[in-house]
Design a binder for this molecule. Structure first.
Ligand code: AQP
Length: 276
């Protein structure tokens, strides 16, 4: 097994990144050859300040090392230091379909929020992501649910490349966490917790102090009911169940069962007590 995943150095990393990706990077070190990358070139697809981007690449690297990446147990590097990845991106562009790229949800969402310029880089983002993974003949790609569409596209690109030029690229599998694959904003639980387009009060940052984390969890939006169960009309409570199960390493049913007679207040207090 060869694992590859990348993380953007944009903004401060949040609980969604931590639960959906970073903890799985750390665990991957025990499962096989693990390769992780701070994808600074992906961060240039939206407006950026070069000096700030250089700085946040170091901050993101420090966050991952603090979370448990060990350089003698994995390969950990910065995307822009390996020019061959960008070169492969260009070669893959010949088998990446324009129409498919235009259908990517992330492209549609992010291009709609750009005020000055929708860059061609934003459109090309998934091809660079495919090049990152395919360059290393990776077999497994641990990512959050929001990257599912990009992983499917990279599989299509690899298959098309192989069909045209002979078996060359390894077609990787996306690995999505069973619990915590899509952590939602605590204030707007119908939106995913994210670096951009999210609410500061609804986003728990990994560098937030414990009392700030507790305050954000305590003020999480729930709904007018009282039953602690996952349901489409209970996105806030469903999200708290997901977060608590992920940080405890239990399943979702165990959390529902534990709080089935105690109501929203108690699950909120229990979440505040947990340390990730
Ligand atoms: N809310 C989330 N729940 C679970 N996993 C998540 N990831 C992101 N948000 C959630 C996963 O974190 C990894 C690294 O993400 P990234 O930094 O490369 O950027 P992203 O996917 O675009 O996520 P952000 O932080 O939310 O940024 P914006 O606001 O720019 O979209 C990925 O594996 C991702 O799936």
């Amino acid at each position: 097994m060869r694992i590859f995943s990348g993380i953007q150095p944009t903004g401060r990393k949040h609980l969604g990144n931590y639960i959906g990706a970073i903890t799985h990077y750390v665990a991957g070190q025990d499962l096989g050859e693990s390769i992780y990358c701070v994808v600074d070139l992906h961060a240039t697809t939206v407006a950026y300040d070069p000096a700030a981007l250089r700085e946040s690449s170091y901050d993101t690297a420090a966050t991952l090392l603090a979370a448990g990446l060990e350089p003698d147990r994995c390969i950990f590097f910065r995307q822009s230091d390996v020019a061959e990845q960008t070169e492969l991106c260009w070669l893959l562009s010949g088998v990446a379909a324009f129409g498919e790229l235009g259908r990517m949800t992330q492209f549609k969402d992010k291009s709609a929020s750009q005020r000055d310029l929708v860059s061609a880089g934003l459109f090309f983002y998934p091809v660079l992501m495919a090049a990152d993974v395919l360059a290393y003949r990776s077999t497994d790609v641990p990512v959050g649910d929001d990257q599912r569409q990009h992983v499917e596209l990279m599989r299509d690109i690899a298959q098309r490349f192989n069909a045209r030029f002979g078996e060359t690229l390894v077609v990787p599998e996306g690995r999505y966490p069973a619990v915590g694959a899509r952590i939602m904003d605590l204030q707007f639980p119908e939106r995913k917790m994210s670096t951009t387009g999210t609410s500061p009060q609804g986003t728990v940052y990994v560098l937030d102090e414990p009392d700030v984390v507790a305050k954000k969890i305590r003020s999480a939006v729930t709904d007018s009911g009282a039953e602690v169960v996952r349901a489409p009309d209970k996105p806030g409570v469903s999200n708290l169940i997901e977060i608590l199960a992920a940080v405890r390493g239990t399943d979702l049913e165990a959390v529902e069962h534990e709080f089935d007679s105690s109501g929203y207040g108690e699950i909120g207090r229990a979440s505040c007590r947990e340390r990730v």
